[in-house]
Design a protein around this ligand. Structure first.
Ligand code: HEC
Length: 147
């Protein structure tokens, strides 16, 4: 019994140490992009559209419903990119803007592919999987800050 109690205490201690220590080491070293509050909100709205868009493309492609894939992907394509004000995109590092652009072009390409009567859902799914590498890569390297 005593043995188990000791084990329990060790687990508890280990747990509280790890939760105590982790936050002080969790420093965000990603490159900062300085935007004003409105610009930051615009970009975060765009991000939530990306999340919703990629979930819907996945869902509709799995159901083989290319008309719905098209309806989702089309507005997130190049149209949305053109809506970003120049003063805002000027504040973005080149590599950041390049990834953002590539992602929008990816949705435009999915919109194109899904228009064809011979469209294959597997092609759309592969394209989406490749595009999600941009989500992962960009989030690992950049953060937004307000100035
Ligand atoms: C060009 C870079 C870039 C790409 C590509 C990118 N993101 Fe983001 N995203 C960011 C940054 C920067 C933030 C803010 C992170 C921070 O400040 O901690 C963000 C934040 C978000 C948020 C949080 C939104 C909120 O309301 O707070 C979501 C959700 C998100 N991204 C989804 C996605 C998805 C899904 C994709 C891919 C389909 C994607 N992003 C691609 C840069 C990018």
């Amino acid at each position: 019994m005593a043995k188990y109690r000791l084990l329990f205490v060790q687990i508890l201690l280990g747990f509280s140490f790890s939760t105590m220590v982790a936050p002080s080491h969790a420093e965000d070293t990603r490159q900062a992009i300085w935007l004003n509050a409105v610009e930051r909100e615009v970009l975060l709205i765009e991000m939530r559209n990306f999340l919703r868009g990629s979930q819907e493309v996945l869902d509709y492609a799995l159901k083989d419903d290319m008309a719905l894939v098209h309806r989702t992907a089309n507005p997130i394509g190049t149209k949305m990119l053109k809506n970003l004000p120049k003063e805002m995109t000027d504040k973005m590092p080149k590599s950041f803007y390049a990834m953002l652009k590539t992602l929008h072009y990816g949705f435009a390409e999915i919109a194109d592919i899904s228009k064809s009567p011979t469209a294959e859902s597997k092609v759309v799914l592969q394209k989406l999987a490749n595009m999600q590498k941009l989500c992962v890569g960009c989030h690992a390297n950049f953060q937004l800050k307000i100035k």
